[in-house]
Design a protein around this ligand. Structure first.
Ligand SMILES: Cc1cc2nc3c(=O)[nH]c(=O)nc-3n(C[C@H](O)[C@H](O)[C@H](O)COP(=O)(O)O)c2cc1C
Length: 211
């Protein structure tokens, strides 16, 4: 069996030490990220690296403030309480020394214009867009980033729950690139606790083999 340890040692890390991420490691991790494949080789990703602890804390506060604003307007106490309860999973990046904001750029799936041109049904057009190839490339880059980070002794956590505060976050870091939107964020730092992943569904449940 080949050594796939680098896959199995990646876990979502939600607590970090104060230890800095070395500049050369950060560069190596980001270089690994951009080796990912992308549709039409568009490389439609952009990484905003926040290295300032106070700014990272401010971003966590922005998520908390937006969470409260949404909860206060739900008009249902139980729903609001439940939504508020999960804010901690949207701010687990706050102890990390580095926060990576991953932006995805616009991408037109192959065949979309052509389907429109031949007057295909909206259903068929929506079905093609569902696979979201633009986001698939960016996701591959995120996974590369995480595996490289793990290999260099750092922890990460793929996060999309802060996305409800995407507008506030992007304004705060002053990032604005035509057609780009916040896809995910990940903290990056030395894990303060040993990571442990939840169990996976059995392989048989998620594969279909055609002989
Ligand atoms: C698209 C995506 C979004 C996620 N969003 C969050 C998040 O907002 N907060 C969080 O704590 N974990 C988040 N996770 C991490 C998952 O909870 C985690 O990957 C899963 O429980 C499996 O655990 P493992 O990563 O340790 O193997 C996300 C993971 C993915 C792939």
């Amino acid at each position: 069996m080949k050594n796939l340890e680098f896959i199995y040692k990646r876990h979502s890390i939600r607590k970090y030490t104060e230890q800095e991420v070395k500049e050369e490691d950060l560069k190596a991790i980001l270089e690994a990220a951009i080796q990912a494949p992308s549709g039409k080789h568009k490389q439609n990703w952009h990484f905003v690296i926040v290295k300032n602890k106070e700014k990272i804390e401010r971003i966590a506060k922005l998520v908390e403030e937006k969470n409260k604003k949404i909860a206060d307007n739900l008009g249902d106490e139980e729903w609001a309480e439940n939504f508020k309860k999960f804010v901690k999973f949207a701010t687990v990046f706050r102890t990390a020394p580095v926060l990576v904001l991953v932006y995805a750029g616009k991408y037109t799936p192959t065949g979309l214009k052509e389907l429109k041109a031949i007057g295909a049904s909206q259903e068929e057009i929506d079905e093609l867009s569902k696979a979201n190839p633009g986001l698939q490339g960016v996701s591959a880059a995120i996974e590369n980033l995480m595996l490289a980070a793990g290999e260099l002794g750092y922890g990460t956590c793929w996060m999309t729950s802060p996305n409800y505060a995407a507008k506030e976050i992007s304004e705060y870091v002053n990032f604005n690139k035509e057609g780009y939107y916040l896809a995910a964020v990940t903290p990056l730092g030395v894990p303060a606790i040993e990571g442990k992943s939840p169990e996976r569904k059995p392989l048989e449940e998620v594969i279909t083999v055609i002989e």
